[in-house]
Design a protein around this ligand. Sequence first.
Ligand code: APR
Ligand code: PHB
Length: 391
Amino acid sequence: MRTTVGIIGAGPAGLLLARLLHNAGIDSVVLESRDRAYVEQRQRAGILEQGTVDVLRAAGAGERMDRRGLRHDGIELRFDRRRHRVDFPRLTRGRSVMVYAQTEVCKDLIALQLKEGGPLLFEAEALAVEGAESDRPAVRFRHGGREDVLECDYVVGCDGFWGVARKAVPAGLSRVFERTYPFGWLGILADVAPSHDELVYARHDRGFALLSMRSPSVSRLYLQVPADTDAETWSDEEIWDELERRLETDDDWTLRRGPITQKSVTPMRSYVHEPMRHGRLFLAGDAAHIVPPTGAKGLNLAVGDVVTFARALTHRQETGSTELLDAYSATCLRRVWQAERFSYDMTTMLHRHPEATPFEERLQLARLDRIASCRAAETDLAEGYTGFPIG
Ligand code: APR
Ligand code: PHB
């Protein structure tokens, strides 16, 4: 098998890249180790930055998003039983975000790819990337019980944090920057209308809580829990009671309860692998970097990476110049580090660290109070939340 761009992984990074390349007239093959149903059901975050919305629309993948997605013009911060709304368009000259689940983005892109794009192979597991330093890199993979080789001009590793692509970068050339957190998020999906029309991020002495949504009739909520928590040890009633405590305010706001249809625990990690390119192997999305979910930057970062790659390869095909491909890692990393900083700041401002001193807890409240009372601080949050420019 031979193609111009071998793409490993059919998460949002790999799927969007295949679409962008197809639109630019460049052929690709996508290898995905899981089956289609698994990829379409995996629960992930659901906030699209303005830039991501624009990219999906321009790629011809925005039709269902525009019908079903919910435009959000702000978020609410809760602390000390108080509420503070951050108004995005007012602070960022008109920008907003879209609530549209990552699973839906994946479904839309898979449908388009199968209808109009190049091969997308499910249950095709990449085993290794070979010859990254040569002109003819290749992906060795297993599909339908057979081993095969995909020969390429370029390989893009969009295979997430646990993938194989990153392993093809020699250890001596890799640098990893990492932080793990002693807590995770217990996330639930519930068949009940959201208790607020915008997302609520709450800092509480008992820990962080987040109220989000998937549709006008489905709520998505999260609770900070210790890192090694088993979701099954929490009964539905305990989850609702704890959410109520952490989200409580001094006014008459109330939390609506409903049947919980899914619960799971997400670990929290900050991670960056540098560089994001080795020879003709390029890393994109979670394969190169992870952010904690506070602020929902993961998907949006993946989109920035593949847009940058698609532009760079198109430039190479049109002009013969490798200038943008050579700049890929540095271009992406600049934005990646802004998102790492933003996600880290949001996480440390809102979560209860088990070893935090009373002094540090007061500082958290002071940071929140600063956002609620100083337009420059609030603008910084709004700009970060609605997204950093691509490229
Ligand atoms: N061969 C083929 N496919 C693989 C392999 C492999 N060896 N290893 C992993 N994969 C697939 C996974 O099954 C998954 O479908 O690669 C895909 C990676 O997708 P994601 O983990 O969704 O990563 P990415 O596309 O970079 O999207 C980033 O996902 O983790 C969230 O918060 C993150 O929202 C962000 C987004
Ligand atoms: C979600 O809806 O899943 C979500 C929203 C905002 C976040 C993280 C996750 O910061």
